[in-house]
Structures are given as C-alpha cells and as structure tokens.
Design a protein around this ligand. Structure first.
Ligand SMILES: [Zn+2]
Ligand SMILES: [Zn+2]
Length: 311
C-alpha cells in the first residue's frame, strides 16, 4: 500500500517536473521572442486597439489571480473566501502559467521560511539574476512536497486546479486567439504572460535589492512604489515580510495596494470573512527608526525609551 502511494507521488513529481521544464523553456526562450515581435508590430501600427484592451484586461486579471489568489489567499490565508471567490481567483492564477498552485505556494512558503538565507529558493544573496529567474533551474521539486504541501491534503479545489493547471493556461491563449486571431494570441497571451511572469520575478529579485526598508525583518525585503503599481500591491514587499499574514500590503494611504482594495470590497460584499489586519501597535514595534536599523539597535532604543518613561 505504502509502495503504491510512493509510486503515485513519484509519478506526480515526474509529471510536474516535465511540466515545469516545458513551461521554463517556453518562458525563457519563446515568450521574449514573441514579445519583441509583438512590439515590432505595435510600432509598425499593425496592432488593433482590441489587442491592447485585451492585454490590459488580461494582465490585470492575471495579476489579481497571482497576487490575491495564489499569494495572499492560498499562501498566507489572511481571510476566509467564499468558495466561488476562491474558485475564480485560483482560475485567474492558473492562466498565468506559473505552475500548479500547491507548488507555487510551497516554493513561496519556503522563501518566507528561509528568506535571504541558505534554503531560500530565490534570494539575491546568490545574485540578482538567480533571484529573478535562474533559481528555477535549481529547484528540487521532490524536496518541496512533504514539508510545505501537507496543508493541501484533502483540499479538493486545490487538487482540481493542480491537475487542470495546464488546461487553464492554454485557455488563456485560446480565448484571445478566438477573439482576434494571431494578434489576439500575441497580446492576450504571449506578451501578457511575459509581463505577468517578469512582474512576479521582479518582486523576488528587485524587491529584495532596491527600495526602502520601513520594518525590521531578518531578510533584505524592500518597499517600492512603482513595483507596487504594476504588481497590484505586491511591491510593498518589506511590509509583507514583516507581517506576512496581513491581507493588506500597503499600510499608508499613499501605498497603493489594488489587491488590498479588492479585499475590502469583497469583505463589504460578504464574499470574504475574518480578514486579518495588523494592529497599529504591532507596526509601531517593528518600525525601523533613524536610531535603530537592526534587532540589537531596536532593543537598545526600546530599553532607553522604557528607562525614560519609568524614571
Ligand atoms: Zn520576498
Ligand atoms: Zn508571501
């Protein structure tokens, strides 16, 4: 019996390894070529406005699927979604061609558990380009299954999206192709997947190298305005590493967080419940000040503050 289960697991690992290998070749080599060709057609004026609308709408929907669905909802569980909301967000995530959601989540949880240390699958401590895309070459899928994927056992919706992942990805190409043929396919699929993939990869690479650190974390995560704009709020990456369970990544009024606004809207409509919010006190305690920028310095400043209050 145990042998049968192990065999089944190995078959799945081989299947996903093959799947990820194919997607990798597609994303590394074919998508950039198709994107450059699409831009050439755009500058020649051969692209209809419907293709640009399709790109914009599908880019936005895919980003929401990845950032709100795969990342916030499935990886960090900061709210309880209505099953219909969960289904829609997982379907939108699946059209990104980012792989089966359980693997996406497992890789991401490993990143949080070892952020910018040995064991982090995509840290810039091994180089910017390693963090951006080359890490995929070194990924050991078998290592991910047991420690991080137990939470999905018996989760029928997740299993459904794991098994049908490629079909959703293909559907994301067929629909724009049916709407506007080859040009629809180029802008609604190829350019869109190229842009959403690199946006996610930029959070892993740029978001751990450049920008401002507002909160104390044991990693090098940073906050970036422009990255938050294109990624629907994920660019507030230092906020996120400081408080991973927070449903909101933008903490200040000017920290634009489209996925956070969507959570508020869904909560008002009663479609998500038990939304997790970080208290002002917790944020204050983790704030990096001018005097303190390390755990030791913060402890020192706090000791001084306490001494001033009590004397
Ligand atoms: Zn990170
Ligand atoms: Zn995260």
């Amino acid at each position: 019996m145990e042998n049968a289960i192990n065999l089944k697991k190995s078959v799945w690992v081989m299947f996903y390894a093959g799947f990820i290998q194919s997607i990798k070749i597609f994303k590394y080599y074919l998508l950039p070529v198709l994107t450059v060709y699409s831009l050439y057609l755009l500058f020649k004026g051969e692209i209809a406005s419907i293709d640009i609308y399709m790109f914009t709408i599908m880019f936005t929907l895919t980003q929401i699927g990845i950032c709100l669905g795969y990342h916030r909802m499935e990886s960090h569980k900061p709210f309880d979604p209505h099953p219909v909301v969960r289904f829609i967000l997982l379907a939108l995530g699946a059209i990104s061609l980012s792989g089966p959601p359980s693997y996406w989540v497992a890789i991401h949880l490993r990143h949080h558990a070892h952020a910018d240390k040995d064991g982090d699958p995509h840290s810039p401590i091994h180089g910017f380009w390693h963090a951006h895309y080359a890490w995929i070459n070194k990924l050991n899928l078998a290592n991910l299954r047991d420690p991080y994927m137990k939470r999905f056992q018996g989760d029928t919706m997740l299993e459904f999206f794991d098994k049908t992942n490629l079909l959703w990805g293909l559907l994301g190409g067929v629909v724009p192709g049916v709407i506007d043929g080859w040009h629809g396919f180029l802008w609604g699929f190829a350019v869109r997947v190229f842009c959403t993939t690199h946006t996610t990869w930029l959070v892993n690479s740029y978001g751990h190298c450049f920008g401002k650190r507002d909160y104390l974390t044991k990693d090098q995560s940073r906050n970036n305005f422009w990255l938050a704009i294109i990624s629907m709020g994920e660019g507030w990456h230092n906020n996120h590493h400081a408080f991973p369970k927070s449903a909101y990544h933008g903490f200040k009024w000017y920290q634009i967080d489209v996925c956070g606004y969507l959570v508020s809207m869904l909560e008002k409509l009663g479609l998500v419940k038990n939304v997790y919010r970080v208290s002002k006190e917790s944020k204050k305690n983790r704030k990096i000040t001018e005097e303190a920028s390390s755990i030791e310095e913060i402890a020192e400043v706090k000791a001084k503050e306490t001494a001033e209050i009590t004397t």
